[in-house]
Design a protein. Structure first.
Length: 98
């Protein structure tokens, strides 16, 4: 579980990132989950945008992505989701202590 201080740090790190995935009309599917898991292993911090034509609730999409990928939900602002998962091989981010 991330502390408030850690979430603030991750939000500041994610600010300059561009979304690399989009959730559209099809919603969250196995292919998307697999791709996000691979991206999290390489990058640790990922931004995902939810398109206007997505039929699912944005909170539901964010929770599903976080749960299925094993990541922490850092932020859901507007239609943008920020996820964090510590990498086993490509550790880049060092979180501040609680």
């Amino acid at each position: 579980m991330l502390t408030g201080k850690q979430k603030r740090f991750l939000r500041s790190e994610a600010h300059h990132l561009s979304p690399i995935f989009q959730v559209g009309k099809g919603g969250v599917n196995e292919q998307l989950i697999h791709s996000v898991q691979e991206a999290l292993e390489v990058r640790e911090l990922v931004k995902i945008s939810i398109l206007q034509n997505c039929e699912d609730d944005k909170h539901e999409v964010a929770e599903t992505l976080a749960n299925e990928t094993g990541a922490q939900l850092v932020q859901l602002i507007g239609l943008t989701v920020v996820l964090y998962k510590e990498s086993h091989k490509n550790k880049k981010l060092i979180l501040p202590r609680a």
